[in-house]
Design a protein around this ligand. Structure first.
Ligand SMILES: Cc1ncc(COP(=O)(O)O)c(C=O)c1O
Length: 386
Protein backbone atom coordinates (compact mmCIF):
# COMPACT_ATOMS: atom_id res chain seq x y z
CA UNK A 1 0.00 0.00 0.00
CA UNK A 2 1.42 3.43 -0.82
CA UNK A 3 1.07 6.00 1.92
CA UNK A 4 2.63 9.45 2.30
CA UNK A 5 3.04 8.56 5.98
CA UNK A 6 5.83 6.15 5.12
CA UNK A 7 7.94 8.90 3.61
CA UNK A 8 7.23 11.51 6.28
CA UNK A 9 6.66 9.90 9.65
CA UNK A 10 9.63 8.78 11.74
CA UNK A 11 9.55 4.99 11.31
CA UNK A 12 9.05 3.83 14.91
CA UNK A 13 5.88 1.77 14.37
CA UNK A 14 5.52 -1.46 12.44
CA UNK A 15 2.15 -0.61 10.90
CA UNK A 16 -0.41 -3.13 9.68
CA UNK A 17 -1.15 -2.89 5.97
CA UNK A 18 -4.70 -1.58 6.51
CA UNK A 19 -6.40 1.77 6.03
CA UNK A 20 -9.49 2.39 8.18
CA UNK A 21 -11.85 5.05 6.87
CA UNK A 22 -14.95 4.64 9.05
CA UNK A 23 -16.62 2.33 11.57
CA UNK A 24 -19.94 1.09 12.92
CA UNK A 25 -20.20 -0.43 16.39
CA UNK A 26 -17.32 -2.89 16.74
CA UNK A 27 -16.71 -3.05 12.99
CA UNK A 28 -14.02 -1.11 11.16
CA UNK A 29 -14.60 -0.21 7.51
CA UNK A 30 -11.54 -0.25 5.26
CA UNK A 31 -10.82 1.88 2.20
CA UNK A 32 -11.44 -1.08 -0.09
CA UNK A 33 -14.86 -1.67 1.46
CA UNK A 34 -13.83 -4.69 3.56
CA UNK A 35 -15.05 -4.82 7.17
CA UNK A 36 -12.96 -5.90 10.13
CA UNK A 37 -14.44 -7.10 13.41
CA UNK A 38 -12.39 -5.32 16.06
CA UNK A 39 -11.16 -7.14 19.17
CA UNK A 40 -8.37 -4.60 19.70
CA UNK A 41 -10.13 -1.23 20.08
CA UNK A 42 -7.10 0.86 19.14
CA UNK A 43 -4.76 -0.12 22.01
CA UNK A 44 -7.83 -0.71 24.26
CA UNK A 45 -9.06 2.84 23.92
CA UNK A 46 -12.57 2.61 22.48
CA UNK A 47 -15.02 1.23 25.04
CA UNK A 48 -18.29 2.01 23.24
CA UNK A 49 -19.11 2.14 19.56
CA UNK A 50 -16.33 3.16 17.15
CA UNK A 51 -18.60 5.88 15.79
CA UNK A 52 -20.56 7.97 18.26
CA UNK A 53 -22.95 10.62 17.02
CA UNK A 54 -23.71 11.83 20.53
CA UNK A 55 -20.02 12.52 21.17
CA UNK A 56 -19.84 14.23 17.78
CA UNK A 57 -22.74 16.51 18.79
CA UNK A 58 -21.21 17.24 22.22
CA UNK A 59 -17.82 18.13 20.75
CA UNK A 60 -19.32 20.22 17.95
CA UNK A 61 -21.49 22.14 20.41
CA UNK A 62 -18.49 22.71 22.69
CA UNK A 63 -16.16 23.83 19.92
CA UNK A 64 -18.82 26.20 18.65
CA UNK A 65 -19.35 27.78 22.08
CA UNK A 66 -16.03 27.59 23.97
CA UNK A 67 -13.07 25.87 22.44
CA UNK A 68 -10.41 26.10 25.15
CA UNK A 69 -9.55 27.29 28.64
CA UNK A 70 -6.75 26.16 30.94
CA UNK A 71 -6.76 25.08 34.59
CA UNK A 72 -6.31 28.70 35.58
CA UNK A 73 -10.00 29.38 34.92
CA UNK A 74 -13.22 27.74 36.17
CA UNK A 75 -15.40 26.07 33.55
CA UNK A 76 -18.70 24.19 33.85
CA UNK A 77 -17.26 21.43 31.67
CA UNK A 78 -14.42 20.75 34.11
CA UNK A 79 -16.84 20.79 37.05
CA UNK A 80 -19.06 18.22 35.32
CA UNK A 81 -16.19 15.92 34.33
CA UNK A 82 -14.68 15.96 37.83
CA UNK A 83 -18.07 15.39 39.45
CA UNK A 84 -18.71 12.43 37.13
CA UNK A 85 -15.24 11.02 37.85
CA UNK A 86 -15.77 11.31 41.60
CA UNK A 87 -19.12 9.51 41.29
CA UNK A 88 -17.45 6.73 39.29
CA UNK A 89 -14.47 6.26 41.64
CA UNK A 90 -14.59 4.41 44.96
CA UNK A 91 -14.60 6.29 48.27
CA UNK A 92 -11.01 7.14 49.08
CA UNK A 93 -10.14 8.28 45.56
CA UNK A 94 -12.30 11.37 45.44
CA UNK A 95 -9.65 13.90 44.40
CA UNK A 96 -8.54 14.13 40.78
CA UNK A 97 -6.08 15.86 38.47
CA UNK A 98 -6.80 15.75 34.73
CA UNK A 99 -3.98 15.27 32.22
CA UNK A 100 -3.59 14.10 28.60
CA UNK A 101 -2.20 10.58 28.51
CA UNK A 102 -1.37 7.49 30.50
CA UNK A 103 2.33 8.24 30.80
CA UNK A 104 1.53 11.74 32.04
CA UNK A 105 -0.91 10.38 34.63
CA UNK A 106 1.72 7.95 35.92
CA UNK A 107 4.46 10.58 35.81
CA UNK A 108 2.31 12.80 38.04
CA UNK A 109 1.32 9.93 40.35
CA UNK A 110 5.00 9.14 40.94
CA UNK A 111 5.81 12.81 41.45
CA UNK A 112 2.90 13.17 43.89
CA UNK A 113 4.15 10.15 45.83
CA UNK A 114 7.67 11.55 46.20
CA UNK A 115 6.31 15.01 47.09
CA UNK A 116 3.95 13.54 49.68
CA UNK A 117 6.87 12.08 51.63
CA UNK A 118 9.00 15.21 51.18
CA UNK A 119 6.23 17.43 52.52
CA UNK A 120 5.99 15.28 55.63
CA UNK A 121 9.71 15.80 56.20
CA UNK A 122 10.49 12.14 55.44
CA UNK A 123 11.85 12.08 51.87
CA UNK A 124 12.05 8.66 50.21
CA UNK A 125 13.97 7.76 47.04
CA UNK A 126 12.85 4.37 45.73
CA UNK A 127 9.91 3.04 43.69
CA UNK A 128 8.97 -0.63 43.65
CA UNK A 129 7.49 -1.97 40.41
CA UNK A 130 6.49 -5.39 39.11
CA UNK A 131 8.33 -7.44 36.49
CA UNK A 132 6.47 -7.35 33.19
CA UNK A 133 4.81 -4.00 33.93
CA UNK A 134 4.26 -1.27 31.36
CA UNK A 135 3.64 2.25 32.65
CA UNK A 136 4.47 4.50 29.68
CA UNK A 137 7.37 6.05 27.83
CA UNK A 138 8.08 9.29 29.69
CA UNK A 139 11.13 9.32 31.96
CA UNK A 140 9.58 8.40 35.31
CA UNK A 141 6.92 6.10 33.85
CA UNK A 142 9.40 4.19 31.75
CA UNK A 143 11.80 3.85 34.68
CA UNK A 144 9.11 1.65 36.23
CA UNK A 145 8.49 -0.24 32.98
CA UNK A 146 10.02 -3.69 32.87
CA UNK A 147 11.01 -3.79 29.21
CA UNK A 148 12.69 -0.40 29.60
CA UNK A 149 15.47 -2.31 31.35
CA UNK A 150 16.43 -3.85 28.01
CA UNK A 151 16.98 -0.60 26.15
CA UNK A 152 15.75 2.14 28.43
CA UNK A 153 14.03 3.82 25.51
CA UNK A 154 17.22 5.74 24.81
CA UNK A 155 17.70 7.41 28.18
CA UNK A 156 21.16 6.90 29.73
CA UNK A 157 19.93 6.46 33.30
CA UNK A 158 16.82 6.21 35.43
CA UNK A 159 15.64 9.33 37.31
CA UNK A 160 15.35 7.37 40.60
CA UNK A 161 16.02 3.88 41.93
CA UNK A 162 13.45 1.26 40.91
CA UNK A 163 13.29 -2.21 42.47
CA UNK A 164 11.43 -4.79 40.37
CA UNK A 165 9.81 -7.78 42.02
CA UNK A 166 8.49 -10.89 40.24
CA UNK A 167 4.73 -11.16 39.66
CA UNK A 168 2.80 -12.55 42.65
CA UNK A 169 5.96 -12.99 44.78
CA UNK A 170 4.91 -11.73 48.22
CA UNK A 171 8.26 -12.61 49.85
CA UNK A 172 10.19 -10.61 47.22
CA UNK A 173 7.83 -7.70 47.66
CA UNK A 174 8.29 -7.80 51.42
CA UNK A 175 12.07 -7.78 50.96
CA UNK A 176 11.95 -4.85 48.49
CA UNK A 177 9.47 -2.70 50.40
CA UNK A 178 11.49 -0.98 53.08
CA UNK A 179 11.23 2.52 54.49
CA UNK A 180 13.18 4.02 51.55
CA UNK A 181 10.26 3.19 49.27
CA UNK A 182 8.02 6.09 48.32
CA UNK A 183 5.51 3.96 46.39
CA UNK A 184 4.69 0.65 44.79
CA UNK A 185 3.27 1.00 41.27
CA UNK A 186 1.26 -1.93 39.97
CA UNK A 187 -1.08 -2.83 37.11
CA UNK A 188 -3.67 -5.14 38.73
CA UNK A 189 -3.92 -6.82 35.31
CA UNK A 190 -0.74 -6.36 33.28
CA UNK A 191 -1.97 -5.35 29.84
CA UNK A 192 1.00 -5.27 27.51
CA UNK A 193 2.56 -8.25 29.31
CA UNK A 194 -0.35 -10.26 27.86
CA UNK A 195 -3.37 -9.58 30.10
CA UNK A 196 -1.63 -11.22 33.01
CA UNK A 197 -3.95 -10.93 36.01
CA UNK A 198 -2.12 -10.59 39.29
CA UNK A 199 -3.19 -12.86 42.11
CA UNK A 200 -5.78 -11.11 44.28
CA UNK A 201 -3.97 -12.32 47.42
CA UNK A 202 -0.79 -10.69 46.10
CA UNK A 203 -2.64 -7.39 45.62
CA UNK A 204 -4.07 -7.62 49.15
CA UNK A 205 -0.61 -8.42 50.58
CA UNK A 206 0.82 -5.49 48.60
CA UNK A 207 -1.80 -3.17 50.09
CA UNK A 208 -0.94 -4.38 53.63
CA UNK A 209 2.84 -4.17 53.10
CA UNK A 210 2.56 -0.61 51.76
CA UNK A 211 0.53 0.38 54.83
CA UNK A 212 3.05 -1.27 57.14
CA UNK A 213 6.02 0.54 55.56
CA UNK A 214 4.30 3.89 55.01
CA UNK A 215 4.73 3.50 51.22
CA UNK A 216 1.97 4.63 48.87
CA UNK A 217 0.28 2.19 46.50
CA UNK A 218 -0.31 3.40 42.94
CA UNK A 219 -2.69 1.33 40.80
CA UNK A 220 -2.10 1.85 37.09
CA UNK A 221 -5.63 1.30 35.75
CA UNK A 222 -4.85 2.83 32.37
CA UNK A 223 -5.56 -0.37 30.48
CA UNK A 224 -7.45 -2.49 33.03
CA UNK A 225 -9.68 0.25 34.51
CA UNK A 226 -12.96 1.83 33.39
CA UNK A 227 -14.85 -1.45 33.46
CA UNK A 228 -12.47 -3.46 31.31
CA UNK A 229 -11.92 -6.01 34.10
CA UNK A 230 -15.67 -6.32 34.72
CA UNK A 231 -15.39 -4.02 37.74
CA UNK A 232 -15.07 -0.26 37.49
CA UNK A 233 -11.46 -0.60 38.63
CA UNK A 234 -9.51 -3.86 38.48
CA UNK A 235 -8.22 -3.43 42.07
CA UNK A 236 -11.80 -3.70 43.36
CA UNK A 237 -11.78 -7.49 42.89
CA UNK A 238 -9.14 -7.68 45.64
CA UNK A 239 -11.28 -5.56 47.96
CA UNK A 240 -8.58 -2.89 48.25
CA UNK A 241 -8.31 0.82 47.51
CA UNK A 242 -4.86 2.16 46.51
CA UNK A 243 -3.60 5.59 47.55
CA UNK A 244 -3.41 6.73 43.93
CA UNK A 245 -4.91 5.40 40.71
CA UNK A 246 -4.27 6.43 37.13
CA UNK A 247 -6.67 6.34 34.17
CA UNK A 248 -6.29 7.20 30.48
CA UNK A 249 -7.03 5.20 27.28
CA UNK A 250 -10.82 4.67 27.44
CA UNK A 251 -11.47 7.74 29.58
CA UNK A 252 -11.79 10.01 26.55
CA UNK A 253 -13.02 7.35 24.13
CA UNK A 254 -10.35 8.44 21.64
CA UNK A 255 -9.89 11.99 22.88
CA UNK A 256 -6.45 12.12 24.55
CA UNK A 257 -7.13 12.41 28.28
CA UNK A 258 -5.75 10.96 31.48
CA UNK A 259 -6.48 11.31 35.17
CA UNK A 260 -4.74 10.89 38.47
CA UNK A 261 -7.09 9.98 41.33
CA UNK A 262 -6.09 10.13 44.96
CA UNK A 263 -7.24 10.52 48.54
CA UNK A 264 -8.04 13.69 50.48
CA UNK A 265 -4.89 13.22 52.59
CA UNK A 266 -2.51 12.96 49.65
CA UNK A 267 -4.23 15.79 47.78
CA UNK A 268 -3.81 17.90 50.91
CA UNK A 269 -0.05 17.27 50.93
CA UNK A 270 0.30 18.86 47.46
CA UNK A 271 0.59 22.59 46.94
CA UNK A 272 -0.08 25.05 44.15
CA UNK A 273 2.45 24.53 41.36
CA UNK A 274 3.31 20.93 42.29
CA UNK A 275 1.56 19.48 39.22
CA UNK A 276 0.76 21.25 35.98
CA UNK A 277 -0.46 20.83 32.41
CA UNK A 278 -1.61 23.13 29.61
CA UNK A 279 -4.29 20.92 28.11
CA UNK A 280 -5.46 18.75 31.03
CA UNK A 281 -9.13 19.29 31.85
CA UNK A 282 -9.81 21.44 28.80
CA UNK A 283 -13.48 21.81 27.80
CA UNK A 284 -13.46 19.47 24.78
CA UNK A 285 -11.62 16.78 26.75
CA UNK A 286 -14.07 17.15 29.63
CA UNK A 287 -17.06 16.67 27.31
CA UNK A 288 -15.46 13.45 26.08
CA UNK A 289 -14.92 12.23 29.67
CA UNK A 290 -18.53 12.95 30.65
CA UNK A 291 -19.79 11.12 27.55
CA UNK A 292 -17.68 7.99 28.27
CA UNK A 293 -18.63 7.83 31.96
CA UNK A 294 -22.31 8.19 31.04
CA UNK A 295 -22.02 5.34 28.56
CA UNK A 296 -20.37 3.13 31.18
CA UNK A 297 -23.04 3.95 33.79
CA UNK A 298 -25.85 3.39 31.28
CA UNK A 299 -25.34 -0.29 30.58
CA UNK A 300 -22.00 -0.48 28.77
CA UNK A 301 -20.07 -1.77 31.78
CA UNK A 302 -22.59 -4.55 32.48
CA UNK A 303 -21.84 -6.08 29.11
CA UNK A 304 -18.25 -6.93 30.06
CA UNK A 305 -18.66 -9.95 32.36
CA UNK A 306 -21.03 -12.07 30.25
CA UNK A 307 -19.02 -11.41 27.10
CA UNK A 308 -15.84 -12.33 28.95
CA UNK A 309 -17.39 -15.59 30.13
CA UNK A 310 -18.44 -16.43 26.59
CA UNK A 311 -14.93 -15.82 25.26
CA UNK A 312 -13.48 -18.01 27.99
CA UNK A 313 -16.01 -20.75 27.29
CA UNK A 314 -15.64 -20.75 23.49
CA UNK A 315 -12.22 -19.52 22.45
CA UNK A 316 -9.99 -22.19 23.94
CA UNK A 317 -9.95 -24.00 20.61
CA UNK A 318 -7.51 -24.63 17.75
CA UNK A 319 -4.06 -23.35 18.71
CA UNK A 320 -5.28 -21.64 21.93
CA UNK A 321 -4.37 -23.67 25.02
CA UNK A 322 -5.23 -21.28 27.86
CA UNK A 323 -6.94 -17.97 28.57
CA UNK A 324 -5.70 -15.48 31.17
CA UNK A 325 -6.81 -12.04 32.28
CA UNK A 326 -10.19 -10.72 33.36
CA UNK A 327 -13.20 -9.09 31.77
CA UNK A 328 -12.46 -7.87 28.27
CA UNK A 329 -8.71 -7.75 28.87
CA UNK A 330 -7.86 -11.33 27.97
CA UNK A 331 -4.70 -13.13 26.89
CA UNK A 332 -5.02 -16.20 24.70
CA UNK A 333 -2.02 -18.49 25.07
CA UNK A 334 -0.86 -19.75 21.70
CA UNK A 335 2.29 -21.92 22.03
CA UNK A 336 2.58 -22.06 18.22
CA UNK A 337 2.99 -18.24 18.18
CA UNK A 338 0.59 -15.36 18.76
CA UNK A 339 1.65 -13.37 15.71
CA UNK A 340 0.83 -16.22 13.30
CA UNK A 341 -2.65 -16.51 14.81
CA UNK A 342 -3.09 -12.72 14.68
CA UNK A 343 -2.29 -12.79 10.96
CA UNK A 344 -4.58 -15.78 10.35
CA UNK A 345 -7.45 -13.97 12.10
CA UNK A 346 -6.77 -10.80 10.16
CA UNK A 347 -7.06 -12.80 6.93
CA UNK A 348 -10.49 -13.90 8.24
CA UNK A 349 -11.60 -10.32 8.93
CA UNK A 350 -10.90 -10.12 12.67
CA UNK A 351 -8.41 -7.73 14.31
CA UNK A 352 -6.76 -8.77 17.60
CA UNK A 353 -3.69 -7.57 19.47
CA UNK A 354 -0.37 -9.13 20.35
CA UNK A 355 1.59 -8.57 23.57
CA UNK A 356 5.11 -8.55 25.01
CA UNK A 357 4.76 -12.33 25.33
CA UNK A 358 5.23 -13.91 21.88
CA UNK A 359 2.89 -16.72 22.94
CA UNK A 360 0.03 -14.47 24.06
CA UNK A 361 -2.58 -12.86 21.84
CA UNK A 362 -4.36 -9.95 23.52
CA UNK A 363 -8.09 -9.29 23.26
CA UNK A 364 -9.19 -5.78 24.25
CA UNK A 365 -12.44 -5.33 22.29
CA UNK A 366 -14.87 -2.45 22.62
CA UNK A 367 -17.63 -3.45 25.05
CA UNK A 368 -20.21 -3.25 22.25
CA UNK A 369 -19.17 -6.58 20.71
CA UNK A 370 -21.99 -9.13 21.02
CA UNK A 371 -22.38 -12.89 21.43
CA UNK A 372 -22.33 -13.47 17.68
CA UNK A 373 -19.04 -11.59 17.41
CA UNK A 374 -17.53 -13.86 20.07
CA UNK A 375 -18.81 -16.93 18.26
CA UNK A 376 -17.33 -15.63 15.01
CA UNK A 377 -13.97 -15.19 16.73
CA UNK A 378 -14.17 -18.70 18.23
CA UNK A 379 -15.04 -20.24 14.84
CA UNK A 380 -12.17 -18.38 13.15
CA UNK A 381 -9.67 -19.53 15.82
CA UNK A 382 -10.93 -23.10 15.49
CA UNK A 383 -10.20 -23.03 11.74
CA UNK A 384 -6.51 -22.36 12.37
CA UNK A 385 -4.34 -25.43 12.84
CA UNK A 386 -2.84 -25.91 16.30
C1 LIG B 1 -0.96 0.00 31.79
C2 LIG B 1 -0.48 1.17 30.98
N1 LIG B 1 0.04 2.23 31.60
C3 LIG B 1 0.45 3.31 30.91
C4 LIG B 1 0.36 3.36 29.54
C5 LIG B 1 0.85 4.59 28.79
O1 LIG B 1 -0.23 5.28 28.31
P1 LIG B 1 -0.01 6.37 27.12
O2 LIG B 1 0.39 5.60 25.91
O3 LIG B 1 -1.35 7.04 27.01
O4 LIG B 1 1.04 7.30 27.60
C6 LIG B 1 -0.16 2.27 28.85
C7 LIG B 1 -0.24 2.29 27.38
O5 LIG B 1 -0.41 1.30 26.73
C8 LIG B 1 -0.60 1.15 29.58
O6 LIG B 1 -1.11 0.08 28.97
Amino acid sequence: MTSPTLAIEIPVYGRLDLRVVAARGAELILDDGRRLLDFYAGHAVVLGSHSDEELARDLAEQAGRLRFQTSLIHTDERDRALTALRAFAPAGLGRAFLVNSGAEANENALRAAFLHHQRRGEPRRVIVAIEGAFHGRSAAASACTWSARKGWYGFPQAPFEVRFVPVDDVAALEAALDRDVAALIVEPIQGIAGARDLDLDFLRAARDLCHAQGALMIADEIQCGLGRSGDRFAFEAAGIVPDLATLAKGLGGGFPVGALLTSEAIAASLAIGDLGTTFGGAPLACRAIVRVLEELENGLLERVRPLSERIRARCRVGPVTEIQGRGLLLGLRVPSGARALRDALLARGILVGTSDDPEVLRLTPPYVIDEDDVDRLAAAIAEVAA
